[in-house]
Write a protein that binds this ligand. Sequence first.
Ligand SMILES: [Zn+2]
Length: 252
Amino acid sequence: MSAARFRFYAELNDFLPEENRGKELTRHFSVSGSVKDFVESFGVPHTEVDLVLANGKPVDFFYPVRDGDRVSVYPVFESLDISSVSRVRPTPLRALRFLLDVHVGRLAAYLRMAGFDALYSNQASDPELAAIVARDGRVLLTRDRYLLMRTAVDRGYWVRSNEPKQQLLEVVKRFDLAGSMRPFMRCLACNTILKEANRESVLERLPPKVMNKGVFRVCPTCQRVYWEGSHHERMSKLLRWVKANVPVSPME
Ligand SMILES: [Zn+2]
């Protein structure tokens, strides 16, 4: 029987049972496999991992684990400088296009509200979601960690919180989006970029009480009309709250 030792760093410990967090964990095996399979056997999806060191050296996900290996597994870094070592991914997780599964629908609307491309499906099966991620290079946001273990899903994030506002904050922090928010430019219902419209062109689609408001935007896909009302103010408040809760990076 062979054995390898694993240590998971920072928020990767969220996936481990409490008694295993922050500790070196020994895995016995008779048949070796890729380091991806080993990492996921602990319940940690590969999409959460940005750097794997085997015996102090960076390896990719295909690295075959060997007897006596010491494996260190690191999450996506925000502020730690590891630019001198090569990561398991050829390029950092920079794509800002998201795909959300059925359990995080409200988060999809919030991301759209902040201006981010957030495709949402409440009908796609797991293989279909994985195929969209692979095809479009989207980042999958889900509460289902097993969905993130699919090999076709090379980019994703396991949403920790159950609460949509906290989920938005999590995603903004994780993907360093605080500086990229472009509020009220995307349709909350269908993800399309809105177009400005003059009041006359949307007049018949407005309830009487908003007749005298200033800026109107219309969705070219679903024809929904947006204007600055009380809903708009509530959303602005949420985005201000998100910004206030994101730590300022030393680069800014
Ligand atoms: Zn729309």
